[in-house]
Design a protein around this ligand. Structure first.
Ligand code: ASP
Length: 313
């Protein structure tokens, strides 16, 4: 695997063996979590700081749980209550955290590239928990783990990523990962929400749901990210649902055993129909959340080990 990784900032550039290693390790943590046991010696004495400049429910909670199940001391820095609101810059925040001897720094920021800037300034291992519209690496890993558990091999699988691709870091990380492991990736959505350059990442673009879903093994829906839209790119929620929302009629074009995925939070009735989101025969949305904890344990474990190696402790 070459040099052990110091940070997890992007999926882009991660080689298939590194991805397989993280997924295999996460699989062992799924079993551990289901057994109700913990591995508290793994990160004993290590400090993990969750630094979230943007809202999060699943990601922040699951990093917290992952850290605690491995025995780390976990601190959640609420930005609303921090000096950032008093005008402290990102780099001052980095210097402050550095002085606290933090080992693992989980960062979410509205600005693409903020975690990699921090990674250059702090000694801690930095994990990108979502930066702007750029990447969300642990989401792609947990999605891949969920898909692998149901479908086995990635080679030849057809994955349709649908909706607001333009504003989705989840889409970008998933595209990098799935293309790297040999899946066929389609992106499906209105031209206003599909960036022209996306085809350069090795995907096929569809501007029609039925054609895009035809024969798909996995249908991954994305949230309509209104908070990142400078102007109205979609007519109305109702119109959007009619053309781009996943309902039984559109889903019928996918394979009969296709999976329904969504990273959350869901806008029910906008990008996905409630009945499908909750359909136990196809929806793996809850399982994605479970896999999130296991994947984050695997990432923390891997980065803590390579940090110990590089510091010789
Ligand atoms: N939770 C995911 C993210 O932070 C997806 C979303 O917000 O729609 O990117």
């Amino acid at each position: 695997m070459g040099e052990p990784p110091r940070h997890l900032l992007t999926i882009e550039g991660l080689a298939p063996p590194a991805i397989a290693h993280l997924l295999d390790l996460a699989e062992s943590y799924v079993l551990l979590n289901r057994s109700g046991r913990t591995e508290r010696d793994m990160l004993r004495g290590r400090t993990l700081i969750n630094l979230f400049f943007e809202d999060s429910t699943r990601t922040r909670t699951s990093f917290e749980l992952a850290g605690k199940r491995l025995g780390a001391d976990v601190i959640n820095m609420s930005v609303a209550a921090s000096s950032v609101n008093k005008g402290e810059t990102l780099l001052d925040t980095a210097a402050t955290l550095n002085a606290m001897q933090c080992d693992l720094l989980v960062v979410r920021h509205a600005q693409s590239g903020a975690p990699s800037l921090l990674a250059q300034k702090v000694d801690a291992a930095v994990i990108n928990a979502g930066d702007g519209t750029h990447e969300h690496p642990t989401q792609a890993l947990l999605d891949a783990l969920t898909i692998r558990r149901h479908k086995g091999d990635f080679a030849g699988l057809v994955v349709a990523i649908c909706g607001d691709v333009a504003h989705s870091r989840v889409a970008r990380s998933n595209i990098h990962l799935l293309v790297t492991v040999g899946a066929t990736v389609r992106v499906v959505g209105p031209p206003t929400l599909i960036p022209a350059a996306i085809a350069g990442l090795g995907v096929t673009v569809f501007h029609d749901m039925k054609a895009g879903l035809a024969g798909a093994d996995v249908v991954m829906m994305l949230r309509l990210q209104k908070e990142r839209m400078a102007r109205g790119l979609v007519p109305s929620a109702r119109e959007y649902f009619r053309f781009w929302g996943l309902d039984a009629e559109k889903f019928a074009h996918a394979k009969p055993d296709a999976l329904v995925m969504h990273p959350g939070p869901m806008n029910r009735g906008v990008e996905i129909d409630s009945a499908l989101a909750d359909d136990p025969a196809h929806s793996v949305i809850r399982e994605q959340v479970e896999m999130g904890v296991a994947v984050r344990m695997a990432v923390l474990d891997t980065l803590a080990r390579s940090r110990a190696l590089s510091r010789n402790v």
